[in-house]
Design a protein around this ligand. Structure first.
Ligand SMILES: O=C(O)[C@@H](CO)OP(=O)(O)O
Ligand SMILES: [Mn+2]
Ligand SMILES: [Mn+2]
Length: 511
């Protein structure tokens, strides 16, 4: 084996820097503003390229921003996977959503019994968790079945779209209802409450009480509800539109959840199901796409098969991997990298780093990075571990605050952590592949409709850096191809481990 081959063979590290996107230096580019000597050195001294992490290249609708779910799924699967947003859009375009037998059955029954239909979901066009226009099809189906009482329980965003834009989307909801000839906004609440995924049930309960029992501040218009929010769209307080009348969920009503992404709506869905059951009510429930709820909710669109990815190949080859991330991204290096498969294979170890108390990302942009890094360094030092898969969450999670100085600090903390990980990799003779899963911190403003630049903490369509650091000296350093996507990560990792890409993978090894 030549020096160069040896430098790219054997045990290694797959390091995902969450939200590490690439864009030219600008005064809203937190990564460029931050002092990041390690990352700068990485992309200049070692084989590196830019990988597509958004739109069609990963299985999303063309032009839509990447996200952590599809990013980690494609990193693991080694192929683009038609994501739920795309599958829903296809079902809308070919007419199979509004004529879906499950939907027809529920709507026919609702109309016949004079019960109400409740539509619950995020109202924005961020395309990460939901698209407000999907409501249009559901409302049209309700109208076609002559369901007369249709209540929309709107969740406001301010995270995947610019904060302060909720009025625009709520007006769009009203227009969709008017066009369909049925439906009214009954309640409004921010995603901070309705889409908590960290187990803060006190937040979830506010959304449950609002939707199930109509408990919230009485307002006479959506504008009044929006005006009452002191903490922006994300934290819009629970509001009941008095004009909506009694929109509580009664026994026998129908509920359709219209978020297509499960992770942030499932806690609410579980809590609502349990709350209704505890109060002797049962509802016919459907979800737009498949959810990972405790009780199964029949879905209108099924998930794409994501099997045959890295986890299956590692398992078949008997290669041991350790997965490490803090709570915010733990599922991403386990469940999502494994193709939304909850099976823990015998050659896998999962390390979930948790902090104390509620995180404050602006006050503590470091989050629990020191402990994540320590766990990664420890796993790197183990001779029985073939592959360490870790996610450093800070750039994305702090980026979501839209707070530029905190995000700059998060980038600098990540840089220092990567430095420590590289040193450990060198000491133990491991190669390292570092990659972003989607862009975020490289663009911290967005132009509002009035032309002004507003703080923006959401994801982007930018490509992500991908770097391969050899285990030793590699001369000459190989040049990575230019046209690369996240689907090439798993084949490259398997190649570095001395194995062929899996037969289900369409990505290719980059070396
Ligand atoms: O926080 C989330 O839910 C999304 C943005 O809405 O980000 P990510 O895809 O990184 O999880
Ligand atoms: Mn991410
Ligand atoms: Mn994110």
């Amino acid at each position: 084996m030549s020096t160069s081959e040896a430098a790219f063979a054997g045990p290694g590290i797959l390091l995902v820097l969450d939200g590490w996107g690439h864009a030219p230096a600008a005064d809203d580019n937190a990564l460029a503003l931050a002092h990041t000597p390690v990352l700068d050195d990485l992309v200049t001294r070692f084989p590196s390229t830019l990988a597509d992490a958004s739109g069609e290249a990963v299985g999303l609708i063309a032009g839509t921003v990447g996200n952590s779910e599809i990013g980690h799924m494609v990193i693991g699967a080694g192929r683009p996977l038609p994501y739920d947003s795309l599958l829903v859009q296809q079902a809308i375009d070919d007419g199979t959503l509004r004529t879906h037998p499950l939907l027809s059955t529920v709507l026919t029954k609702t109309a016949a019994t004079g019960r109400a239909l409740h539509l619950i979901g995020l109202c924005s066009d961020g395309q990460i968790h939901a698209h407000v226009d999907h409501l249009g099809d559901l409302l049209a189906a309700a109208a076609a079945h002559q369901v007369s009482r249709v209540f929309i329980h709107a969740i406001t965003d301010g995270r995947d779209v610019a904060d302060g834009s909720s009025t625009v989307y709520l007006e769009r909801v009203a227009a969709l209802a008017q066009r369909a000839g049925t439906g009214q906004i009954a309640t409004v609440i921010g995603r901070g409450y309705a889409m908590d995924k960290a187990g803060n049930l006190d937040l979830t309960e506010q959304a449950v009480a609002l939707v199930a029992d109509g408990q919230g501040a009485a307002v006479s218009s959506v504008q009044q509800a929006v005006a009452a929010s002191e903490r922006g769209d994300e934290w819009m307080p629970a509001s009941v539109l008095t004009s909506a009348g009694q929109a509580a969920i009664a026994d026998g009503d129908a509920v359709v959840w219209f978020n297509f992404r499960s992770d942030r709506i499932q806690q609410f869905a579980d809590a609502l199901i349990e709350h209704l059951a505890a109060s002797g009510r049962s509802a016919d429930m459907l979800s737009l796409a498949q959810y990972d709820t405790r009780a199964a909710i029949p879905a209108l669109v099924e998930r794409a098969d994501a099997s045959g990815g890295l986890a299956d190949e590692l398992s078949a080859a008997g290669l041991r991997s350790v997965r490490i991330a803090e709570a915010e991204k733990f599922e991403h290096v386990t469940y999502y990298v494994n193709g939304r498969d909850a099976t823990v294979r015998s050659v896998e170890e999962h390390v979930r780093i948790t902090g104390e108390g509620k995180p404050d990302y602006i006050a503590r942009p470091q989050m629990n990075l020191d402990r994540v890094t320590a766990a990664v360094v420890e796993a790197i030092g183990r001779t029985d571990v073939d592959l360490v898969i870790a996610n450093l969450a800070n750039i994305d999670v702090v980026g979501h605050t839209g707070h530029l100085p905190a995000t700059v600090t998060a980038c600098e903390a990540t840089d220092a952590a990567v430095g420590q990980i590289l040193e450990a990799a060198r000491d133990s003779g491991r190669w390292l592949l570092a990659v972003g899963d989607h862009g975020n911190a490289e663009t911290m403003t967005k132009q509002a409709s009035d032309g002004t630049a507003r703080a923006y903490g959401g994801h982007t369509t930018h490509p992500v850096p991908l770097v391969i650091v050899p285990a030793g000296t590699a001369t000459p350093a190989p040049v990575l191809p230019k046209s690369v996507t996240l689907a090439d990560v798993a084949p490259t990792v398997l190649h570095l481990l001395g194995h062929k890409p899996g037969s289900a993978m369409t990505g290719r090894p980059l070396l």
